[in-house]
Design a protein around this ligand. Structure first.
Ligand code: KG4
Ligand code: ZN
Length: 334
């Protein structure tokens, strides 16, 4: 049977990403990371969309060359429709639509958060349905029951900050550059969780990180009052402690979700799933609970287009295409 080639574009935040999938195999995967935001301590939306405009054509050229595929070989173009930053999404969506129009091929819209979950189907071993996915990114924290490629049910979500935001805000208080998650991860590996912070008592499977953020802020303020160099001298232990608290909050809820549903197969996804502490604690808990776990490769944790491509592959085979009336949606519904 003739192979199918899909070009996938991801531009929901500050990374421009493109990938090409041949049937269900990724044959090229590229990301242009926007360094400019490091100077501002967070993503500057206007800069993000301008940089997407600069990056998108060279990046797509690059993945086409890497895969040896010509534009005329493409069968469809997939893109992140949302959620994300509107200006950033507009670049990817408009580019995908115009290129598809010029090639006379269909377009496939993808939900960014669902794609993070479906990234688990890029490589083997793939999860079996149903499984639970803890999706932890800069904007979302969710426990999802995944029953099929298009049947994903949110069982719990954050009521305030996302897990990635908790890392980034704690890091900002420690004077670390944005995004602080990877820096906290690196420092935590050299530290001990000597300081503890109260775990929020939220019913059910929802999360909250704002109390932890406030407790951390007051903890630092009070320590610095008595010992001005406290942060500088205890950086590794402070990073390890805040990371430890965030991981506990996440995995305690995942354990609860597994107990409620009886589902023993669990996965993690999203930028924070790159965290080495989260990965190793998940392995420990899997031994304790008898879970089968799925941990994504590092390149499929943070934003990437391979996850958009695999999600598009499953939509393509079920003939689920979008109309050209489709536009970006910063708050795209689940
Ligand atoms: O999924 P993602 O790349 O983008 C969104 O869709 O938001 O997630 C970005 C988030 C940032 O908050 C970043 O600090 C966090 O993922 N992150 C990490 C690590 N790598 C990225 N957090 C903790 N440890 C890491 N190693
Ligand atoms: Zn993401």
């Amino acid at each position: 049977m003739k192979s199918t080639y899909i070009l996938a574009i991801e531009s929901s935040c500050d990374d421009t990403a493109a990938a090409i999938i041949k049937d269900d195999k990724i044959v090229a995967n590229g990301v242009s990371t926007q360094k400019i935001h490091e100077n501002y301590g967070g993503v500057v939306p206007e800069w993000a969309s301008r940089k997407h405009q600069e990056n998108i054509i060279p990046l797509i050229d690059h993945v086409l060359k890497e895969s040896g595929i010509h534009l005329r070989d493409l069968n469809a173009i997939a893109f992140t429709r949302g959620p994300g930053l509107l200006g950033s999404l507009i670049v990817g969506v408009s580019f995908a639509k115009s290129l598809a129009l010029s090639l006379n091929i269909p377009i496939i819209e993808i939900h960014h958060m669902k794609a993070h979950v479906l990234a688990h189907f890029i490589d083997d071993p793939k999860p079996n349905f149903p499984f639970l996915c803890l999706t932890v990114s800069g904007g979302h924290t969710q426990i999802i029951k995944v029953e099929d490629f298009n049947k994903l049910e949110i069982m719990g979500k954050t009521l305030d900050d996302a897990a990635g935001e908790a890392f980034d805000k704690a890091g900002k208080m420690l004077g670390l550059p944005y995004p602080a998650g990877p820096h906290i991860d690196r420092l935590a590996q050299k530290g001990e969780p000597r300081f503890s912070f109260p775990e929020p008592s939220i019913d059910g499977l929802d999360f909250s990180f704002s109390g932890l953020k406030t407790a951390f802020r007051y903890f630092l303020r009070d320590q610095v009052k008595v010992e001005p160099d406290f942060i500088y001298e205890n950086m590794n232990d402070i990073a390890c402690s805040i990371q430890h608290s965030i991981i506990d909050i996440l995995l305690n809820k995942l354990e609860r979700a597994s107990a409620i549903t009886g589902i023993q197969e669990v996965a993690i996804a999203g930028g924070v799933s790159a965290n080495s502490g989260l990965r190793s604690e998940l392995m420990k808990r899997s031994e304790k609970n008898g879970w089968k776990v799925h941990i994504p490769k590092f390149e499929y944790c943070t934003d990437n287009a391979a996850m958009i491509a695999i999600a598009a592959h499953y939509k393509y085979i079920s003939g689920d295409f979008s109309s050209h009336a489709v536009g970006p949606d910063a708050r795209l519904a689940w």
